[in-house]
Design a protein around this ligand. Structure first.
Ligand code: ADP
Ligand code: MG
Length: 255
């Protein structure tokens, strides 16, 4: 960690119609830091990640990613926001991995990884292919370059999805319950890839129910409930001695 703030979220609010989902989320993520986010279903974890990635606009507060302001609204007036082009450029710097792998079914593993760098990133096909092979090697799937998603296990597909997200050289990776859809015996191989990524210095926000991963790999563990970060701190400390009753109750169910 070099201390530079990569994500700075302050008092972020988000509503879907009358449904106030984020009620003042604040979070700071420094470059190289791994923040794990836990919390009950419906607490706003996915919505928060989607706001960071410009998949949703915000209704209040502000989010900065690497110094660039995403949105800032006060007293109903939008004071500043990125233009659509700027937002698209920033989104290219943020890799996202979802619960469902969302690979293109008609493309091979290799082609899934090269499509964005060639179509959006302007890389020449040969360069994109070379880079994709490196990334497949990094996620332990060199031998599966030509396989189609249907020929891969869920764990292998998720590792391709991670490689695909890395192909745009993101400065921030967001993971939204990346192992929740996997059979238990496939979870470890995906977590291992994420561990390697964390060790390489990638800045990561990981929404997960894998408390063991959070304890081992996370620099910070944040507990969200009811649209706010209720508590955050060193994972081992939050897990061993939660300060808030809601955190304690949640952990008692997942541990
Ligand atoms: P989590 O990821 O913590 O389970 P979500 O961020 O997915 O929580 O959802 C938080 C709340 O926002 C839920 O009540 C959910 O139903 C609601 N919600 C999420 N996305 C939408 C949407 N696109 N439109 C309306 N409500 C939504
Ligand atoms: Mg979710």
């Amino acid at each position: 960690m070099n201390g530079r703030p990569m994500v700075l979220a302050e008092d972020v609010h988000k509503a879907y119609g009358q449904h106030h989902v984020l009620k003042g989320v604040s979070m700071e993520v420094r470059a190289g830091e791994v923040v794990c986010v836990i919390g009950p279903s419906g607490s706003g974890k996915s919505t928060f990640l989607r706001c960071i990635n410009h998949l949703e606009g915000i209704d209040g507060g502000r989010i900065l990613v690497d110094g660039d302001l995403i949105g800032y609204r006060q007293n109903g007036d939008r004071l500043h926001d990125l233009k659509p082009k700027e937002a698209a450029a920033q989104r290219r710097d943020i890799g996202m991995v979802f619960q469902r792998f969302n690979l293109f079914p008609h493309l091979s593993a290799l082609e899934n990884i090269t499509v964005a760098p060639t179509m959006v990133g302007g890389l020449k096909p040969a360069a994109a292919t070379a880079r994709a092979r490196e990334l497949l090697d990094r996620v332990g799937l060199s031998a599966k370059a030509d396989a189609y998603p249907a020929q891969l296990s869920g764990g292998q597909q998720q590792r391709v999805a991670i490689a695909r997200a890395l192909a745009m050289d993101p400065k921030l990776m967001l993971f939204d319950e990346p192992t929740s859809a996997l059979d238990p015996e496939l979870v470890g191989e995906v977590l291992d890839v994420m561990k390697g990524l964390a060790r390489s210095g990638m800045t990561m926000i990981v929404v997960t129910h894998e408390i063991g991963f959070a304890r081992e790999v996370g620099d910070t563990l944040a507990f969200m409930d009811g649209g706010v970060v209720v508590e955050s701190g060193r994972p081992a400390e939050v897990i061993a001695a939660p300060q808030r009753e809601r955190t304690r109750a949640f952990l008692s169910h997942v541990l």
